[in-house]
Write a protein that binds this ligand. Structure first.
Ligand code: 3K0
Ligand code: CA
Ligand code: ZN
Length: 455
């Protein structure tokens, strides 16, 4: 089992210290809460992190310079937010940072994020703070989606595919000509907002909805795509976490969902460690509910993951998965990532050379359009139970993760709303290319004849 950093057990510390030393340098409210669950001090799961030692901050950790060293650090359960040549930026609380220092890591707290003044106690905050009001709350996003569905009923339809832990609707929007019919067309999936604090990704999903509806019939590429593809957009995989992150009037730096954990007041599961493929296999997630990358008590234990897994499986028609390609949007670091995350090997079990070459070729092509850095996910650090590994390993979908703006820097999870238009439109070309390629992704390596004949 993976060692944990909390608990003060010397054997655990010794095990972790050896991992740390193996690294090269290390010497050293609620909105519209449907269940009436007020996010904040009285949130389900109790404690909330009112203890200053348990408030998340960002820290620079100097030393880790290789995927293996970063994986050793990530295995302590902190999230790695930025990767640099010889350092990383992590999210952790003071207790966790102290433990890392004990392990010999060089850890420096970064200034806290630009946040609004906290709301007066008892105030129910319903919107993003000043400078961020251009972001959509869950209620605003729902309203905007409903307006678009009413305006473009021939090409856009909305399904409620299930509910979050707190009971918010999880939506799948379908875009296609003859949208009410299930036509035999290649399908592409876009998902957003697994991680609560990554609000820009919801804006990305809304941008795509607006762009693909409003340009149909006038933009020839968009028109051709909607005429020949079925596009699914799940704009908000973690609505509870998103609401909780803004509900106090101060960004909480929240990552996980808001599902309580048995036997502890620590709340939440990291949805992107909870998917049912190689779940918890490889030191790429945490078994400690207090950690940022807690994988949950069992594979697909999070209702949000169950809902989207079931939806994806429902797209198997006549024994064939109709979804051919996917992008899951995250922030930040400006990366195009592809599987597999659970292993450093570019090929091997679950990934042939041709499959790898297809992923890498298309990944690099897309990255050339938005200026992101293309790489296999495990170049950063090992992850297990990620959506991409599940979509690929279980469903054979060419699934990418985009880490959006910014590339690095202060307040990375919380760029002001003034960047939304530019940073969402920045991915337009990459998204159109993925959609255009989806009928035969292997075309990018010139092997259409071998893999796509007689589909
Ligand atoms: O597949 C991946 O490598 C996912 C990367 C993602 C994660 O889940 O760790 N990075 S994030 O948490 O900073 N958005
Ligand atoms: Ca259609
Ligand atoms: Zn993320």
């Amino acid at each position: 089992m993976r060692p944990r950093i909390r608990g003060g057990r010397s054997t655990v510390l010794a095990a972790l210290l050896s991992l740390a030393l193996a690294a090269p340098i290390t010497a050293a409210q609620a909105l519209d809460s449907p269940a009436g669950a007020a996010a904040g001090a009285t949130a389900p799961g109790g404690a909330d992190r009112t203890n200053p030692d348990r408030q998340p901050h960002q820290y620079e950790v100097t030393g880790p310079a290789t995927p293996a060293a970063r994986t050793a650090l990530a295995a302590t359960g902190v999230s790695i937010d930025e990767v640099h040549a010889r350092s990383v930026v992590i999210t952790a609380d003071r207790t966790q940072a102290g433990t890392l220092r004990q392990l010999g890591y060089q850890v420096r707290q970064l200034p806290d994020l630009p946040t609004a003044r906290p709301a007066a106690p008892g105030t129910r905050v319903k919107d993003f703070p000043a400078g961020y009001t251009g972001y959509h709350t869950y209620a605003e996003a729902t309203k905007e989606i409903d307006t678009l569905v009413a305006k473009y009923p021939a090409i856009l339809s909305k399904q409620v595919i299930g509910r979050s832990h707190e009971g918010r609707n999880i939506l799948a929007l379908k875009l296609s000509k003859n949208v009410t019919k299930d036509e035999n067309e290649p399908e592409v999936l876009f998902t957003a907002h697994q991680h609560a604090r990554e609000h820009l990704t919801v804006e990305m999903a809304l941008y795509l909805l607006g762009e693909l509806t409003s340009k149909y019939g006038s933009d020839p590429r968009v028109t051709k795509i909607l005429d020949s593809r079925e596009i699914w957009i799940v704009p908000d995989l973690n609505p509870d976490g998103g609401a909780y992150d803004i509900a106090s009037g101060r960004f909480r730096m929240w990552r996980k969902n808001r599902q309580p954990n048995a036997g502890t007041s620590e709340v939440g599961t990291d949805l992107n460690r909870n998917w049912a493929f190689k779940w918890g296999c490889c030191d790429g997630s945490s078994d400690d509910p207090a950690d940022e990358t807690y994988r949950g008590p069992s594979a697909a234990s999070a209702p949000e993951v169950q809902v989207v897994s079931k939806f994806v499986r429902s797209r198997v028609v006549g024994g064939k998965q109709q979804i051919k390609a996917a992008i899951d949007f995250h922030t930040y670091s400006e990366l195009v990532l592809w599987p597999q995350g659970f292993t450093h090997d570019p090929t091997g079990p679950g990934m042939t050379q041709d499959e790898h070459d297809t992923f890498a070729t298309l990944g690099k092509k897309m990255a050339a359009t938005n200026g992101y850095t293309p790489e296999q996910s495990s170049e950063l650090y090992i992850t297990d139970g990620s959506i991409d590994d599940w979509l690929w390993g279980d469903q054979k979908v060419f699934a990418y993760t985009f880490e959006m703006y910014p590339s690095s820097g202060h307040g990375g999870f919380y760029p002001k709303d003034s960047v939304i238009a530019k940073e969402t439109a920045r991915n337009r070309e990459a998204v159109l290319q993925l959609l255009e390629t989806a009928d035969c992704v292997y075309r990018v390596i010139g092997k259409e004849g071998q893999y796509c004949k007689g589909r």
